[in-house]
Design a protein around this ligand. Structure first.
Ligand SMILES: Cc1cc2nc3c(=O)[nH]c(=O)nc-3n(C[C@H](O)[C@H](O)[C@H](O)COP(=O)(O)OP(=O)(O)OC[C@H]3O[C@@H](n4cnc5c(N)ncnc54)[C@H](O)[C@@H]3O)c2cc1C
Ligand SMILES: NC(=O)c1ccc[n+]([C@@H]2O[C@H](COP(=O)([O-])OP(=O)(O)OC[C@H]3O[C@@H](n4cnc5c(N)ncnc54)[C@H](O)[C@@H]3O)[C@@H](O)[C@H]2O)c1
Length: 475
């Protein structure tokens, strides 16, 4: 039987980062992956496919140029599913190749098959031939991720009623689509398909959605979506799904019906722990298949077994999963733990993008911190004029007492990149003055930080003082 210092179950972001980190620290490492190729949900059905589809849609539709050339502008007329899939397959192939090379370079061993615990240190792997192999590990990282929630009353059929995993295998594009569940996945796909001129209706049982996003941003976002015809059925629970002329019809509580060529069900995900035989290693999952860990070390209740990534629940991001894998591996190898920064960014790759870091206005108000906000509209920047932007805003929240930056919230073009400027200032304990005192490249969208900071500064600084300071900083 092969023995390893570390065995990682799952090759998604947290598993692969844990494996490479432990290998770099000189440990023998095995990654067990049941999928056909390495990469996990992130590479094969989640992050990278959805972001590649988004990029392809924005390119082929000429979305970014429509502000100038009008709504009828297209780079390619009659976009088909095949157009989207070609770029997707190329991108995924490249991602897998990079990962396989990374494992090979770092001497991380790979075993393809389904992992099941035999005891707290032994794992049986059912390989494709039907045979099984047992491996032994001093330490183990469970990084098995999640799969889409598929309730039994939803008649999934792989073609017209699908989950988000199946979306990446589309063979035809629908003309209309109902998206059930306005979480991050639902909102991203609803807006990507709407950019393709598919008629989209978003159905959500709660009366609001994206509740963790600043309300001012959500209002701007909803306004933009309504403007281009996205339908909202908030506060509407789907009772059943029926078929009329082979098209799915979502029957909502209260009698409303939403009919479309395709229904995408995105009402959450469950931890993929059911086949692990967790009881053999002394662990149990919650009702959503998730594991509980020490948030500092990612150790489970069994100290030599760690769990990282989506299987431990919030925030369930590829970005945070990568860091969790690295921290778990460092702890497992007895290395000092890297300090965890106070704030991480959250990016929603809808069309338009939303991204934020730090506290929202609602959170600051709840904490009772005296604060002021500064706002910049992206269309007020020269870069925005050049790009033909019509919408988007950057909102900055600062403490009145300390002038410290408390949060940055952006909706619009480039939001997921722009947010990192705010993240750096926030995690380095910077103040509003960083944005006031520093020169930004011009013309850039980043200039929105300067505009928002000046807006906040105008409100913070009494008028007389303000004039004096402007004179002082002007060349
Ligand atoms: C549609 C979609 C879009 C997303 N977009 C983003 C985004 O833009 N940005 C972002 O940061 N995050 C995004 N996410 C979230 C991101 O994909 C996840 O946070 C990330 O993939 C979680 O990584 P993980 O390490 O938990 O492993 P996962 O990527 O979930 O992979 C787990 C792996 O474990 C394997 N496995 C499971 N059970 C076993 C077993 N018993 N034996 C062997 N192998 C097993 C699986 O086959 C899989 O390959 C998105 C997710 C989805 C679904
Ligand atoms: N850009 C990103 O970072 C990104 C993108 C996609 C996914 N993700 C991650 O993937 C995870 C899963 O995303 P998700 O959107 O599937 O889940 P989610 O839990 O974020 O959202 C599910 C939504 O479905 C609704 N819902 C719940 N039960 C329902 C039902 N029975 N019928 C209809 N609607 C119902 C919920 O109210 C919620 O709004 C998220 O936690 C997210 O972190 C991240």
């Amino acid at each position: 039987m092969q023995s390893y210092d570390l065995v990682v179950i799952g090759s998604g972001p947290s598993g692969r980062r844990a494996a490479v980190q432990a290998a770099k620290l000189g440990r023998s490492v095995l990654v067990i992956e049941k999928g056909r190729r390495v990469g996990g949900v992130s590479v094969h059905t989640g992050t990278i496919p959805s972001k590649t589809l988004r990029e392809t849609v924005l390119n082929l539709t000429g979305w970014r140029e429509r502000g100038f050339y009008g709504l009828a502008y297209r780079v390619k007329q009659d976009i088909e599913a095949g157009d989207l899939m070609t770029r997707l397959h190329k991108t995924l192939e490249h991602e897998v190749e990079t990962l396989e090379h990374q494992f090979a370079r770092n001497r991380v061993h790979m075993l393809r098959g389904l992992a099941t615990f035999v005891n707290p240190h032994r794992i049986e792997v059912q390989v494709e031939s039907g045979e099984s192999q047992t491996v032994e590990a001093a330490r183990i990282v469970i990084a098995v991720g999640t799969r889409p929630l598929r309730p039994s009353h939803i008649p999934f059929n792989h073609t017209t009623v699908i989950d988000s995993d199946e979306l990446v295998e589309l063979t035809t594009l629908p003309r209309s689509m109902t998206v059930v569940g306005a979480g991050v996945i639902g909102v991203e796909y609803a807006t990507i398909f709407s950019a393709l001129d598919v008629r989209v209706t978003l159905v959500e049982p709660r009366s609001s959605f994206l509740d963790f996003v600043d309300r001012e941003l959500v209002d701007d976002f909803v306004h933009q979506l309504r403007d281009r015809g996205v339908g909202f059925r908030l506060g509407s629970k789907v009772q059943s799904i029926e078929f009329e002329n082979s098209q799915p019809v979502a029957m909502l509580e209260g009698g409303r019906r939403v009919r479309s060529e395709m229904l995408l069900f995105t009402a959450g995900r469950v931890g993929a722990t059911d086949t692990l035989n967790l009881s053999a290693c002394g662990l149990a999952s919650d009702d959503r298949g998730r594991l509980t860990v020490d948030p500092q070390t990612f150790q489970t209740a069994v100290p030599h077994i760690y769990a990282t990534g989506d299987v431990i629940g919030f925030p369930s991001l590829a970005s945070t999963s990568l860091e969790q894998g690295r921290i778990a591996a460092c702890h497992a190898c007895g290395e000092p733990l890297p300090p965890v920064p106070a704030f991480f960014p959250y990016g929603i790759y809808s069309v338009p993008e939303i991204s934020m870091v730090g506290l929202s206005e609602e959170e600051v108000r709840k904490a009772g911190t005296p604060y002021e906000c500064g706002i910049a509209r992206l269309r007020e920047t020269s870069r925005g004029h050049i790009m033909g932007l019509n919408g988007g805003l950057l909102k900055m929240i600062v403490s009145i007492e300390t002038r410290r930056l408390l949060g940055v919230h952006i909706v619009g073009e480039g939001a997921t990149e722009l947010v990192h400027i705010g993240q750096a200032v926030l995690n380095l304990g910077g103040t509003l003055d960083y944005f006031i005192d520093n020169t930004f490249n011009y013309p850039t969208l980043a200039e929105a930080y300067k505009i928002a900071a000046l807006d906040a500064w105008n409100r913070l600084t009494p008028r007389k003082e303000a004039v004096a300071e402007v004179t002082a900083v002007s060349p």
